[in-house]
Design a protein around this ligand. Structure first.
Ligand SMILES: Cc1ncc(COP(=O)(O)O)c(C=O)c1O
Length: 436
């Protein structure tokens, strides 16, 4: 007998199928407004699909437990969360103040012909000043923007920790006062939350009155003052990919969800798969344990100490996720127009194959109105340390490589010239020529 055709694989997983009664199905379908998309997948015969998957509810319930936000829209990463929420909220000519908006955040505002105005405290721009919360918002700068643009500010972005100025934390006092000030002007606050757990760690360890609180309690208090959050889950969520929007504002949820479906996917997966949603729920719960964050932050501070030994200047005090080397102070002979931080980033790569990231004049883009380079901020080389990947031996290698470049800094006489650049978020695709 000829052998029958069979599948080229065998099955190793078994899952029980729940059966339901007609009565239950009547009830569930009524609750779903006669729309089968809206059914939980538990209510479907043998289904663990994206539509209403158990993993979504696991993720959503975890987010609600840790942040207090009831409505959750999943997205495939942080910038996608911005894209979905900002599509609903940001219109041409509007003004969105923030403490040094992250590049994608600024990009999503400026690409909509709106204005991203930085209201970070001035201390953030003096890299050698040792103050505990350099990521803070300047309430004076913020109030000026709110006063001058009444009726034109759809929300404010509060980034914790403040990535662009060096992974610097924002104090609880500043979060509370910023939110109160915005609310006085009828302006909601969106927390850009990629590193909210690291921020909670710094509040616990640096701010009076929080030493005995858990990171969970601190995070809940941080979010209690705000109106919504956008999250890049690749950071404090400990996942390879993922993000979300969370809020208690039903009108924002209703408005944003209409953009989630065409851009990201249905409301119960938004570009993520079931495994990743489950992983995010687990990642958030693991990472909000003090020991977990402390281990990570101590590794970043270990690297900082090495740089101290070698006299290499960086944004002080060290923040939570990276060391930000002050390239302006290393390559002093290279003018801003030749991009010192981008030059130093290339030198470090040539020295030891280490890929850092420029968070400086290239990333700052051009002013959307004048088209001039924005040289007003810091010019950093960011040595960003992934969580739970490297040992301190690897930190020693990074520090030694940087020392070698630092020791021969006087021989680096010229920087780079841009030969091609995109109009927005140019640093990702920019092309340069070496000068000299
Ligand atoms: C503060 C902040 N916001 C937003 C984003 C964008 O997130 P994603 O890279 O997941 O798109 C990042 C990414 O680094 C970030 O650090």
């Amino acid at each position: 007998m000829e052998l029958p055709f069979a599948e080229a694989w065998k099955i190793k997983m078994v899952e029980p199928i729940k059966k339901s009664t007609r009565e239950q199905r009547e009830k569930w379908l009524n609750e779903a407004h006669q729309n089968v998309f809206m059914l939980k997948s538990d209510y479907v015969y043998g289904d663990e699909s994206y539509g209403g998957a158990r993993s979504f509810y696991h993720m959503k319930d975890t987010i609600t437990e840790l942040t207090g936000f009831e409505y959750v829209i999943p997205t495939h990463q942080g910038r996608a969360a911005e894209n979905v929420l900002f599509s609903y909220l940001v219109k041409p000519g509007l003004v969105v103040p923030g403490n040094a908006h992250f590049d994608t955040t600024k990009g999503h505002i400026e690409s909509r012909k709106a204005f991203a105005i930085d209201v970070t405290v001035p201390e953030a721009y003096d890299t050698q000043l040792e103050v505990p919360f350099k990521g803070n918002v300047s309430l004076e700068k913020l109030e000026k923007v709110l006063q001058e643009n009444k009726g034109n500010v759809p929300f404010m972005v509060l980034t914790v920790t403040n990535n662009t100025v060096g992974g610097q934390p924002v104090s609880m006092k500043n979060i509370r006062e910023t939110c109160e000030l915005c609310h006085k002007y009828g302006v909601p606050v969106n927390i850009d939350s990629a590193r909210f757990i690291e921020n909670a760690y710094f509040i616990k360890t640096r701010e009076e009155g929080y030493a005995d609180k858990t990171l969970r309690e601190i995070a809940l208090e941080m979010f209690s003052y705000a109106d919504s959050m956008t999250m890049s889950a690749k950071k404090d969520g400990l996942v390879n990919m993922g993000g979300f929007i969370a809020t208690n504002k039903k009108d924002w949820y209703e408005g944003a969800k209409l953009f989630c479906i065409p851009f990201e996917g249905f409301l119960t997966y938004g570009g993520m798969n079931g495994r990743d949603m489950d992983a995010l729920a687990v990642g958030l719960k693991e990472n909000i344990e003090f020991e977990m964050v402390e281990t990570r932050i101590k590794q970043v501070h270990y690297l900082a100490k090495k740089l101290d030994e070698y006299g290499i200047p960086y944004q002080r005090p060290a923040g939570g996720h990276a060391i930000f080397v002050d390239a302006d102070k290393v390559l002093t002979q290279i003018p801003k127009e030749e991009f010192p931080a981008q030059t130093l980033t290339c030198e470090l790569y040539l020295e030891a194959g280490i890929r850092a990231c420029e968070i400086g004049y290239v990333l700052a883009d051009r002013d959307p109105v004048t088209r001039q380079n924005r040289f007003g901020g810091n010019d950093f080389v960011r040595l960003c340390i992934p969580r739970r990947v490297y040992t301190n031996n690897h930190m020693d290698v990074i520090a030694a490589a940087l020392k070698n470049v630092y020791d021969r800094r006087d021989s680096i006489k010229r920087g780079l010239e841009i030969t091609w650049e995109a109009e927005l978020m140019r640093h990702f695709t920019c092309q340069f020529k070496r000068l000299g």
